[in-house]
Design a protein around this ligand. Structure first.
Ligand code: SF4
Ligand code: SF4
Length: 254
């Protein structure tokens, strides 16, 4: 008993009172692209990137850009850079309401702010039920989605819950690159959800296919038919990115 109390005391409070003010020490979050010149002819970061998240362009275009929708935050680009131009912050506010909003550069250092939707706020601002579908995910994003309901992040305090049935859901939380084997199940889940409804794409695989892009084993036409309302990049995304992104979308104060 005493041991349990000691352990509990050493852990302190795990509850995060205000997710927007959290400081996840050690988290590899938003890439930072310094505003300094590249070495002539260098392509080291582009070569090091396993998911083609980095695009290099000749001047006068922005020379280096990173697409968060493809980035798996492996960190390999930073040490490859001879100009120390790339690094990572622990910023977890990475959500965007547009796909283009996820592309960062030296002059566009953070994703576009999430656009508050008045219609969604009115409809779901006090209660948003989400159904999670892992469409071929590796279980990393899914574990972080599970974590949303734990004592740390406690997304239920905002009236946001993960539910067991699509019949009870207002939104679809999509993880994974959408494998052919899951394409029909994903569509069936969506069809079973009552309108109005929205899609939240969680993780690089869901957003772009990322390392699986171009594979014959994935079938992503669902996202051509139903555009996500919110993109939550990461590999996997931090639960704080999810919480803050959804709160911003619904205009909920934390
Ligand atoms: S951290 Fe992202 S941009 Fe850098 S190499 Fe890895 S996947 Fe590519
Ligand atoms: S960011 Fe660094 S690694 Fe990438 S092209 Fe510029 S100098 Fe080379």
């Amino acid at each position: 008993m005493l041991k349990s109390i000691r352990v509990r005391r050493s852990q302190g409070s795990q509850f995060i009172p205000d997710p927007r003010q959290a400081n996840p020490v050690g988290f590899r979050g938003r890439p930072v692209i310094a505003d300094r010149a590249c070495e002539t002819g260098c392509q080291a970061c582009e070569t090091a990137c396993p998911t083609r998240a980095i695009t290099l362009q000749p001047a006068p275009a922005e020379p280096v850009s990173i697409d968060l929708g493809r980035c798996v935050t492996c960190g390999d680009c930073a040490p490859a850079c001879p100009s120390a131009k790339l690094s990572f912050s622990n910023d977890f506010k990475l959500a965007s309401t547009t796909r283009e909003g996820l592309v960062l550069s030296a002059t566009r250092p953070a994703p576009d702010p999430v656009q508050v939707s008045a219609a969604l706020r009115q409809r779901f601002g006090r209660s948003l039920k989400l159904r999670s579908v892992s469409a071929g995910g590796c279980n990393a994003c899914e574990l972080e989605v599970n974590a949303l309901s734990n004592v740390n992040f406690d997304i239920g305090r905002y009236g946001i819950d993960i539910v067991a049935s699509p019949r009870h859901a207002d939104g679809l939380v999509l993880t994974g690159p959408i494998t052919r084997n899951m394409a029909l199940a994903l569509q069936s889940c969506w069809d079973a959800m009552p309108a109005p409804k929205l899609v939240i794409a969680v993780g690089a695989c869901a957003i772009s296919g990322s390392p699986f892009e171009g594979s014959s084993a994935i079938e992503r036409s669902f996202l051509e038919r139903f555009q996500p309302t919110l993109y939550l990049p990461g590999c996997p995304p931090h639960p704080l990115s999810f919480v803050c992104g959804v709160l911003d979308l619904l205009g909920i104060a934390s």
